[in-house]
Design a protein around this ligand. Structure first.
Ligand code: MG
Length: 312
């Protein structure tokens, strides 16, 4: 049963009531000064926060208010997936300019959609007036043995879930005044945090994980430095979304797929059967200096930079 503490009169409470109506059972225990969240015995609390800002992480001419709420929430939940944590709840802190007040329930509906898809609940939040629309999502999770970026070892293989390139291609199309394909648009507007897959990775033998937010090369660099190892990936082995390019797949950010390392014991077939998620072996780890090398048919190539949030 969903219970909330009674809210008083006033404009902010009216806004919260409107959001609670949209969320229904997806909001739990709202209205006290703070949320009370139980962490199961033997597990650790895993916490992350992520902010999506208008004209930095999205543009309102590209996607709907509901999509903006959805992707902001999935972006935050993706960090729990990377840690192998099960979501316990999310908190939403919104800055809403006056001109956006009418769309508030649409942003909230997108947050509710994502929370439902990730099988979690909204346990608190805050709304403030302000000049620029932003959605701050704090995510709470639990894991018995959280995964980190620091466990990759010499001899591990490098794997990635899903098919890459869509969000980068969508942003490029919009910035050139065009429209992305339906598939690329969906990968940007409605990304899917790999929450269930992340929870299976530890038992499946993953040694290090990161979620793909900055771009494959940039995020793999995080694992390489945290683990003190060198990563080499083969461009021609990257899983590419239809209509996208290999280089696009290497650089596209905000994919919210999982990149992970694992030893020989990792059974990709069993993982895919359990998660419904394709997984592709794209390279290997060795004991060289921390960093990332990209090859194409055995020849070293330069893939510059990583995803950067577009400039305003
Ligand atoms: Mg991350």
């Amino acid at each position: 049963m969903t219970t909330h503490t009674s809210l008083g009169a006033g404009r902010e409470f009216d806004a919260i009531r409107a959001m609670l109506d949209v969320w229904g059972p997806r909001a739990r225990g709202i209205g006290d000064d703070a949320a009370i969240v139980a962490v199961p015995a033997g597990e650790q609390l895993v916490v992350s926060t992520d902010t999506s800002v208008d004209n930095v992480h999205f543009r309102r001419t590209w996607i709907s208010a509901r999509d903006i709420g959805y992707r902001a929430t999935m972006a935050a939940l993706s960090d729990l997936a990377a840690m192998g944590a099960r979501p316990l709840g999310v908190l939403l802190a919104m800055v809403v300019p006056e001109a956006d007040r009418a769309a508030l329930v649409e942003y909230a509906a997108g947050v509710g959609d994502a929370v439902a898809d990730a099988e979690t609940v909204i346990v608190g939040g805050d709304i403030s007036a302000g000049a620029t629309l932003s959605l701050g999502l704090t995510v709470l999770g639990a894991a018995a043995r959280p995964l980190t970026r620091g466990g990759a070892r010499h001899g591990d293989a490098i794997w990635v879930t899903g098919a890459l390139g869509g969000p980068g291609a969508a942003v490029a199309a919009w910035e050139q005044g065009g429209e992305p394909s339906v598939a690329c648009r969906a990968r940007f507007a409605r990304p899917c945090a790999r929450v269930a897959a992340g929870q299976l990775l530890g038992a499946a033998g993953a040694t290090a994980t990161v979620d793909l937010s900055d771009g494959l090369v940039a995020d793999l660099r995080h694992i390489a430095h945290a683990s003190g190892v060198h990563a080499t990936i083969a461009l021609e082995h990257l899983p590419v979304l239809a209509g996208c390019t290999l280089r696009g797949a290497a650089l596209s950010g905000e994919e919210y797929e999982l990149v992970f390392t694992a030893g020989d014991g990792f059974d990709a077939q069993a993982f895919t059967t359990a998660t419904g998620l394709p997984v592709t072996r794209i390279g290997h780890i060795d004991a060289g200096a921390p960093g990332v090398t990209v090859t194409e048919h055995g020849v070293r190539v330069e893939i510059s930079g990583g995803h950067d949030h577009f400039s305003v």
